[in-house]
Design a binder for this molecule. Structure first.
Ligand SMILES: [Zn+2]
Length: 105
C-alpha cells in the first residue's frame, strides 16, 4: 500500500498561517520600531512598534505551541483527514475507503 498521507500537509496548511502571521507581525513590529527609532520619533510611538513586535512574538510562539500540541494530540484517533473534504478517520484504510467512495480516487 503506498504511503500517501495528505493529512499531514493539510494540517500544516491549517496551522502554519498562525505561525507565519506571528512572524510577519513580529518582523513588521521590529521594522516599525527600528524605523521610528532611527527617525528619533516620540518614544510612545516607538513603544507601539515594540509592542507590535512583542505581540508578533507571542502569536508566533502560540502558533508553534499549538502546532506541537496538535501533532502530539493526533497520534491517536482522527489522525487521517481527507484532503478533499476534511473528514477525519481513525485509520488509513478507512480514509482510503472514503476517498475511493466519495471522491473516486
Ligand atoms: Zn473526503
Amino acid at each position: 500500500m503506498p504511503n500517501i498521507d495528505p493529512n499531514r500537509t493539510g494540517q500544516k496548511k491549517m496551522k502554519m498561517p498562525i505561525l507565519v502571521l506571528g512572524v510577519v507581525v513580529l518582523v513588521a513590529g521590529l521594522g516599525t520600531w527600528g524605523y521610528l527609532y532611527s527617525m528619533n520619533i516620540h518614544h510612545t510611538i516607538q513603544l507601539g512598534g515594540l509592542g507590535l513586535a512583542v505581540l508578533g512574538a507571542v502569536i508566533a510562539v502560540g502558533g508553534a505551541m499549538m502546532k506541537t500540541i496538535s501533532v502530539g494530540g493526533t497520534t491517536g484517533t482522527g489522525q487521517f483527514a481527507c484532503a478533499k473534504c476534511g473528514a477525519k478517520f481513525g485509520s488509513e484504510a478507512a480514509l482510503n475507503q472514503h476517498t475511493k467512495d466519495k471522491h473516486g480516487m
